[in-house]
Design a protein around this ligand. Structure first.
Ligand SMILES: [Cu+2]
Length: 338
């Protein structure tokens, strides 16, 4: 199934609630038209009929009908009240997940979504879920206000810092749909999106156990690399900040300010992210990589140490993805700087 057409004004509906939401919107639109179109037609007719200079009968009609007076008020009132009741019913249901719902934790941050499955697996920006199973999404934000918008489910919920909000749904149609951030949250708000993939129970179990989650890890690593600001310094975008390029760093020798030479393996990279003040680099500060330009015998750090420690900031699984991404950074064409 195709994720979306170019202009998806009426996205596919992937749950019974979504279908019902469509019905309520359509029904209410029709009712609104029924109640307003006659009024506007009458206004137009009377404006023409009784315009200045027109020879119309302007005498007062003495007939009075209590029934007509009361019915033009009561009927629209009852009809709109019906839609209020219907909407309230849907709203209340949306706040009361069934007890057997599986719980997915979601976190928004500038500018990525992270989803954590009950079995521990997590994914960045994309969300894989089973159909015919109630799902509760508990959501929070690490920085500003975001909002998770799932058009195919006709659901939207704010992600607030220091607070947990939640929605639940039971999808009944497999396929790939879009998910978005629908609360303007800064420069890269528009890239804070991903795919919602709805699968059968069996496919979902297969996805969980057979590392479907792992397949998207490089892409996830890139998102993390940007979301935590690494790209801002290391891809040379921040004016005035000199930081070594990380392209091809993995496996290369690194010359340190204290004269030692290490190999940039996963442990080194991980340690540098968690504790940038250790293993200070040699280098002239103008060169590209930490490994090059070092060993000039100066014995002094070549870069201003401006890199913040990410200890306790990046969750362990995201750190793994980040290191995994950096391992492959010379092979990943997309996103390579300069
Ligand atoms: Cu956002």
């Amino acid at each position: 199934m195709k994720a979306q057409s170019a202009l998806a004004l009426w996205p596919p509906a992937a749950s019974a609630t979504a279908v019902e939401t469509d019905h309520i919107i359509l029904g209410f639109t029709v009712l609104t038209l029924l109640l307003t179109v006659p009024v506007f037609l009458a206004i137009t007719y009377f404006a023409l009929r009784y315009r200045q200079g027109e020879q119309a009968d302007r005498s007062t009609d003495e007939r009075r009908s209590f029934l007509i007076e009361i019915s033009w008020m009561l009927i629209p009132y009852v009809l709109t009240l019906f839609f209020f009741g219907w909407g309230a019913k849907l709203f209340i249901a949306s706040r009361h997940p069934p007890p057997d719902a599986m719980v997915v934790e979601a976190v928004g941050r500038q500018w990525m979504w992270k989803f954590q499955h009950p079995t521990g697996q997590s994914e960045i920006n994309d969300l894989h879920l089973p159909v015919d199973q109630p799902v509760r999404i508990r959501i929070t934000s690490q920085d500003v206000i975001h909002a998770l918008y799932l058009p195919a489910l006709r659901l939207q919920i704010a992600a607030l810092p220091d607070r947990t909000t939640e929605i639940w749904f039971k999808a009944d149609r497999t396929g790939t749909y879009r998910l978005y951030c629908s609360e303007y949250c800064g420069t890269d708000h528009s890239v804070m999106d991903g795919n919602l993939t709805l699968m059968t129970q069996a496919e979902y179990q297969e996805w969980l156990t057979h590392g479907g989650a792992q397949q998207s890890n490089l892409a996830a690593g890139r998102v993390i690399y940007e979301a935590y600001g690494c790209a801002g310094c290391h891809d040379g975008a921040v004016a005035g900040v000199k930081a070594p390029s990380l392209v091809g760093l993995y496996g290369r020798p690194v010359h340190l300010a204290d004269g030692r030479t290490l190999t940039a393996d996963a442990d080194y990279i991980r340690a540098k992210i968690l504790n940038p003040n250790e293993n200070r680099l040699a280098g002239d500060g103008e060169g590209e990589g930490g490994g090059q330009g070092g060993g000039k015998g100066s014995g002094k750090g070549g870069y201003k140490q401006v890199m913040p420690s990410f200890r306790g900031v990046i969750p362990a699984d995201d750190l793994d993805r980040l290191v995994g991404y950096l391992k492959a950074y010379d092979r990943v064409a997309e996103g390579a700087p300069r």
